[in-house]
Each structure stands twice: as structure tokens, then as C-alpha cells.
Design a protein around this ligand. Structure first.
Ligand code: ATP
Length: 347
């Protein structure tokens, strides 16, 4: 059981600039007074009582903390400490200063598949590790795949935001309708029992339709195409890899462990190596897509995206949300698309 320290966080840390914000508070850079070292402080508002509309249930934060403590891996953000006051819990996290992976990639003029694979491999290693501990992330998306720093030419992947993550206990049947629709697995939409397999599909699944309804239908029907316009420079191994992820039946989908052994990630023959080095990412459409994604995210409407797949058309925001109210209390009923977390995290 995690220790939530009662000390005032400001006595130990100097609170700095805002790094990002979620629906329950902000993430700010903090400086440890004793060592001078910088960290990220995730300030989460806690629901005062069961009648309160504001904040997260403490149990939900306890779960996020418990999971973060269990997933200590080089590709997963580190949790250093937890502080609690009457209305707030503060998670002191490793400072991940390299920004989002997609923004880093979008700055490049060229990207070989082999370079993209290096990032993919690290994402899979982080995932494979957490899955080996029976933990699913359940909210993998570009915003939650960050880079360790912005100075080294080869920064490391850091997976963040374990607010929707779940630790599976033996024999447990877990269902949840939480997540972000663009990256959601069909079994989530269908309210079927979930497993770590939902992470594999959710992070890599581009099924935008012209409307929300079309998109969800596309996810359920596994309706997607490799448009020549975007995939002409993509290797056949990459397409094979993608096809083995975009599988409706979670039991038939590649696991993170299996992904790491796929020849696109781990080539065996010289021909496979050469194939990867010859193929590249369509940067023009990647940049355009990332710009649109950022614009849409900042307007509470996201579009579907993944590292190297692009399937054309647009899609609305979060279909399924987490169980919490946003941090501004108002009387107006918010559209579901503006609320995100933990709407249904019960089994
Ligand atoms: P959401 O409501 O989107 O799920 P959240 O409240 O769970 O958000 P996070 O996603 O964990 O919060 O963090 C919000 C943003 O803060 C991130 O998108 C990222 O930009 C920034 N951030 C989070 N953790 C870190 C970190 N360790 N280092 C640097 N920035 C971070």
C-alpha cells in the first residue's frame, strides 16, 4: 500500500511552470529544495465526499499510484513520492522533458522505418513489461508517449498517464467503457471482458469515420485500408505487422511480447533488414496529420493517429470517459466529449 505523505509539498518542493493539464488538475515542474533536482508534480483534485461533483475518488488515485509503483521500467515514467492534503494528492514524477514523440518526429524531414522501429520497440518493451505484471494501460495514445529529453539525438520513450490503468487479479473479469475512442479496442466499445490485449489495439488503431458513429462502426467491423497515397513507401513487413494488430478477436491479436519478435521489429534475414532500411515514413502526411491532431486536441476534439499508419477521414473526440468531473464546477451539463476519466472503471 502506497504511503501518501501528509507533509506540505511546498515545504519540500518549489512549484514551477505548468507542463500540462488533465481534467483533474495540472502537471507542473517542481524543484526539490534539498537537492535542487527537477521533477514533475501531478496535482490531482480529490473528491471531498461522495456527493461532491468535483475531483477524483481517492481510491482511483490510490490505484494509479499502486500501478506506477509496480511498473518500474526504463520506458515508463518513474513515481518518486506522493503527498496528500485535504483536497489534493500530488504525485512527484520523473520529469519527462522531451515532449511528445509525435512532435519530435514531425520536426524531421525524413524518417526511415528503421528509426521509427527503434521508438516502437521501446514502446513495446514498456508495454510488454507492464503486461507481464498483469497491468493494462488502457489509454495509450500519442499524448501519452513522451520522450525522456530534448537534447540527446536518441531520446528514450517514456509512457505516462496511468490514470486509466488496471491491475488484473487472477480470474477477475474486468469491463470498462473508459478510454479515448480513436484508440479504443472493439471489446471496450462492446463492453466485453478486457485484457492487456486492448492496449495493443488501442494504441495503434486508426479507424476514423466522417462521424463518431462511423468511426465506432469501423472499429467494430475492423474496417481500414492501406491507402496507396500514404502507404506507397511502407514496407510489406510493416503492413503485415499492422494487420496482425488490427484484429478484432483479442485472443488472436499479437501480444506486446509477440510484436517484439515480429520480423519488422526483429528482422532475421538480411533481406528483411534491407527492406526496413529502404522504407520510410510519409513525412508530409505525418506532419499534416500531427498538426491537425494538435489543433483538435487543443479544441477538445481529437483525430485518430498512430506512429506510421494513416487512414484518411476525421473523427470526433472522446467517446467514453473516465469517472470524474472536470476541475471546474459548473451547473451546466457538459457534453460527454468534454469529460474524460473513469466514467466506468468498475468491473
Ligand atoms: P488526462 O485527463 O489527459 O488523462 P491526466 O490528468 O491524467 O490527463 P497526464 O496525462 O498524466 O494527466 O498529464 C497531463 C499532461 O501533463 C501530459 O499530457 C503531459 O504534457 C504533462 N505531463 C504529465 N506527466 C509528465 C511528466 N512526468 N513530465 C513532463 N510532463 C508531464
Amino acid at each position: 500500500m502506497a504511503v501518501f505523505k501528509p507533509e506540505n509539498v511546498e515545504d519540500l518542493y518549489e512549484i514551477g511552470e505548468v507542463l500540462g493539464s488533465g481534467h483533474f488538475g495540472q502537471v507542473r515542474q517542481v524543484r526539490e529544495r534539498a537537492s535542487g533536482k527537477c521533477w514533475a508534480g501531478k496535482f490531482l483534485k480529490i473528491r471531498k465526499n461522495s456527493c461532491s461533483r468535483l475531483g477524483l475518488d481517492r481510491s482511483s488515485v490510490e490505484q494509479e499510484v499502486e500501478i506506477l509503483q509496480a511498473v518500474q521500467h526504463p520506458n515508463i515514467v518513474i513515481l518518486k513520492d506522493v503527498f496528500e492534503s485535504r483536497a489534493e494528492v500530488v504525485l512527484i514524477l520523473e520529469l519527462v522533458s522531451g515532449g511528445e514523440l509525435f512532435d519530435f518526429i514531425a520536426q524531421k524531414d525524413n524518417l526511415l522505418e528503421s528509426e521509427a522501429i527503434e521508438f516502437m520497440k521501446q514502446i513495446l518493451q514498456g508495454l510488454s513489461f507492464m503486461h507481464s505484471k498483469n497491468i493494462a494501460h488502457f489509454d495509450l495514445k500519442p499524448e501519452n508517449v513522451m520522450l525522456s529529453d530534448n537534447v540527446s539525438p536518441h531520446p528514450n520513450i517514456k509512457l505516462i498517464d496511468f490514470g486509466l490503468a488496471h491491475l488484473f487479479h487472477q480470474g477477475e473479469e474486468y469491463r470498462s467503457t473508459s478510454g479515448t475512442p480513436q484508440y479504443i479496442a472493439p471489446e471496450v466499445i462492446n463492453n466485453e471482458p478486457l485484457s492487456t490485449a486492448a492496449d495493443i489495439l488501442s494504441g495503434l488503431s486508426p479507424f476514423q469515420g466522417d462521424t463518431n458513429e462511423d468511426t465506432l462502426k469501423n472499429v467494430i467491423a475492423m474496417n481500414y485500408e492501406f491507402h496507396a497515397q500514404y502507404f506507397s513507401t511502407t514496407s510489406s513487413m510493416a503492413k503485415d505487422f499492422i494487420q496482425k494488430l488490427l484484429v478484432k478477436n483479442p485472443n488472436e491479436r499479437m501480444t506486446a511480447e509477440e510484436c517484439l519478435l515480429h520480423p519488422w521489429i526483429k528482422p532475421i534475414t538480411r533481406k528483411q533488414v534491407a527492406n526496413r532500411n529502404r522504407s520510410s515514413i510519409n513525412m508530409k502526411s505525418f506532419k499534416k496529420f500531427n498538426a491537425r491532431r494538435k489543433w483538435k486536441v487543443s479544441n477538445c476534439v481529437s483525430i485518430c493517429f498512430c506512429v506510421y499508419i494513416r487512414v484518411e477521414s476525421t473523427f470526433n473526440d472522446h467517446f467514453l470517459q473516465r469517472q470524474c468531473e472536470s476541475d471546474t464546477e459548473d451547473t451546466e451539463i457538459k457534453p460527454a466529449s468534454l469529460l474524460r476519466r473513469r466514467l466506468s472503471s468498475s468491473s
